[in-house]
Structures are given as structure tokens and as C-alpha cells.
Design a protein around this ligand. Structure first.
Ligand code: FPP
Length: 246
């Protein structure tokens, strides 16, 4: 029996977050340029996105470009920005066909203007779609996001809109870029690295972490189903003991 058949569709995670890692190593292993790894990475993202819709995952959030990625060689940064633009433009039709809503989180204002404009246009075109929300984390870092939330709350206190006593977990969450989404129940990181690398730190307080050696361009539908089956075998206790969960 394949992994897909083993999935209990009544206990799916609502939200899956993915750190798509290993594009460069995948290309190097084949004696190819890193760019080819990123291009193949887009094919994986496309397949994973379609599989999420097929089985009923409501939110998919992928780390497409971190704040730290700006320090890569200029040619690679430029290539990734171009790839982002061409992917958005080529795949808006796929998003629409699959009823997927496109969303973006991160310091979007720091992206090249063409990226911002094309992203805006694709988000606009897909805004009424309801099967799944695909969120691209772009120029994103969780520490940046948390500092921004703290700054916004401080400003609201300063302006007399809220008091210091109003600041609690809920108020804080409402200032994050993920305010409209449930926290991810499952986070997948490919390529054998066992880190969360500044991704959704607040939102992943109780997320189940799944690490696989598979490099992102090789991570396809069956790999996703395997991760979900693994997730479903786990007992999520949220600080309680097993007997309290029955
Ligand atoms: C990590 O692999 C991947 C990235 C930094 C970029 C992820 C981008 C894509 C999958 C494609 C672009 C996405 C969109 C939405 C167009 P790495 O380069 O860090 O690999 P390495 O660790 O083997 O060097």
C-alpha cells in the first residue's frame, strides 16, 4: 500500500509549512549549475501544491527566500528573483485551475518592484479562491516579523489605542503576518538539515517537525504523503499526559 492510501483524511493537518532546502546540492550532485536546482525546485513546489489541494490541506506555507538569502552571490539572488517573477506569471493559471489563493509574507517592500507588482496582480486574481492558501515567505525572517509585531503594539500603546495590559498572546498573534491562518501542525524540512532557520518561530510553538534527507527537487507527492503518515502516528499532547487526550 502506498503512503497516500495510509493517510487518514479525517485527521489531516490544516496547515503545512515547508523549508524547501537542497536545490543547490541537488544540482551539484548532477554536475549542473545551482540555477537548475532552483528550477527543478519549482516543479516540486507545483506538484506538492496540487497534491495538497487533492487531499484537502487548507494552508501551505513555503520558505521561498529568507532575509539571510540576500547575502548569496548577486547572480544567484537575481536569478531567484527572475524565477519568482516568471513562476508567478506562468503559474497563476495553475493556481486558478486548482482554486488556490496566493498569499505572500515577509518584507515584501524589499523585493524588486517588478516582483511586487506581479505578486500583487497574482494575489488579486486568485483572491476569491477557496480550496487552499499558498503562502510564499519572501524576504522573510521570523525575528523580523516578531520585532515588527512588537513595534506595532508599542505604537498602538503610544497612540492610546490599547493599554499595556491589552498585550497578550492573542493581541501579539494578530500583529503577525500569518494573522488569518491557523498555526502549522506540521513543518517539513528537506535535505537533512535539522534546523528551523528563522522560519515561523512564534507559529511553530507546537508544530510537529519532520526532517527528511530528500533534497527539495526530489521531494514529490509520495514524499509529502509519507510525511503526513508520519505526522499522523504522533501523539500531540500540548503539555498534557496521554490519558488526558482520550
Ligand atoms: C534552498 O536550496 C532553496 C532556496 C533558497 C530557494 C527556494 C526556491 C525555490 C524552491 C524555487 C523558487 C520558488 C518560487 C516560489 C519561485 P539551497 O539553494 O539552499 O540549496 P543548498 O542548501 O543545497 O545550497
Amino acid at each position: 500500500m502506498g503512503f497516500k492510501e495510509q493517510i487518514d483524511l479525517t485527521r489531516l493537518p490544516q496547515h503545512i509549512a515547508i523549508i524547501m532546502d537542497g536545490n543547490g546540492r541537488w544540482a551539484k550532485n548532477q554536475g549542473k549549475f545551482r540555477a537548475l536546482g532552483h528550477e527543478s525546485g519549482v516543479l516540486s513546489l507545483k506538484e506538492i501544491m496540487e497534491s495538497c489541494v487533492e487531499i484537502g490541506i487548507k494552508y501551505l506555507t513555503v520558505y521561498a527566500f529568507s532575509t539571510e538569502n540576500w547575502s548569496r552571490p548577486t547572480e544567484e539572488v537575481n536569478f531567484l528573483m527572475e524565477l519568482l517573477i516568471s513562476t508567478i506569471n506562468q503559474e497563476t493559471a495553475t493556481l486558478t485551475k486548482n482554486n488556490i489563493k496566493l498569499n505572500a509574507i515577509g518584507n515584501i517592500a524589499s523585493l524588486p518592484q517588478k516582483c511586487i507588482d506581479d505578486l500583487d496582480s497574482a494575489m488579486q486574481k486568485t483572491s476569491a479562491n477557496t480550496s487552499c492558501t499558498l503562502t510564499l515567505a519572501l524576504s522573510y525572517s521570523a525575528k523580523w516579523e516578531i520585532a515588527e509585531a512588537a513595534r506595532k503594539l508599542a505604537q498602538q500603546v503610544k497612540d492610546g489605542k490599547i493599554t499595556v495590559e491589552d498585550i497578550n498572546e492573542e493581541a501579539f498573534s494578530s500583529q503577525l503576518t500569518t494573522l488569518d491562518m491557523p498555526d502549522p501542525e506540521l513543518m517539513i524540512r528537506t535535505s537533512g538539515e535539522h534546523r528551523v532557520s528563522n522560519f515561523l518561530l512564534w507559529q511553530m510553538a507546537y508544530t510537529e517537525l519532520y526532517f527528511t534527507e530528500t533534497l527539495w527537487p526530489d521531494f514529490r507527492s509520495e514524499s509529502l504523503y509519507e510525511a503526513i503518515v508520519d505526522y499522523q502516528k504522533r501523539e500531540r499532547r500540548f503539555g498534557k499526559i496521554s490519558e488526558q487526550l482520550i
